[in-house]
Design a protein around this ligand. Structure first.
Ligand code: DQA
Length: 143
């Protein structure tokens, strides 16, 4: 069965209590649970992870290549807007990386309009809340 890594960046461990007016009331564990259900329907295996550390995300992207995963869903959170290291890693691994966001950064503060992840991502799904992950999984299944 094909595996998809779902990688989550800083502060997403606080979902559910973090700025609920922006990110909603569902925890990251809730999002993982709906991803598990969707993945089973799509005949995919998922490996769902979260870290607050940029280099860990880089290491996990490299691991995705070594493990020949089908795709990576990446919500790099704030590193989306700052991390050339993530941009370089996405280019280096030569795997489809789908950028995911709960909110729509393009409709928020100007500093969120720049996405280094988006410069190399195969697709971007944003602004749909937890459903962003589901739509991104559907896209991954089609690859
Ligand atoms: C986010 C959007 C980012 O701008 C922000 O830094 C996050 C979460 C989202 O999922 O909406 O931490 O990636």
């Amino acid at each position: 069965m094909d595996t998809v890594f779902i990688l989550n960046g800083p502060n997403l461990n606080l979902l559910g209590t973090r700025e609920p007016e922006i990110y909603g009331h569902q925890s990251l564990a809730d999002i993982e649970a709906i991803c598990e259900v969707k993945a089973a329907q799509l005949n995919l295996e998922i490996d769902f992870r979260q870290t607050n550390h940029e280099g860990q995300l880089v290491d996990w992207l490299h691991e995705a290549r070594e493990r020949r995963t089908k795709a990576v869903l990446l919500n790099a959170a704030a590193y989306t807007h700052t991390s050339i290291a993530l941009l370089d890693a996405i280019k280096a691994i030569e795997l489809p990386v789908i950028e995911v966001h709960l909110s729509n950064p393009e409709e928020r503060e100007e500093f969120r309009h720049l996405s280094y992840v988006g410069m190399a991502a195969a697709a971007t799904v944003q602004g749909l809340g937890p459903q962003s992950y589901i739509v991104a999984l559907e896209k991954a299944a089609e690859l």
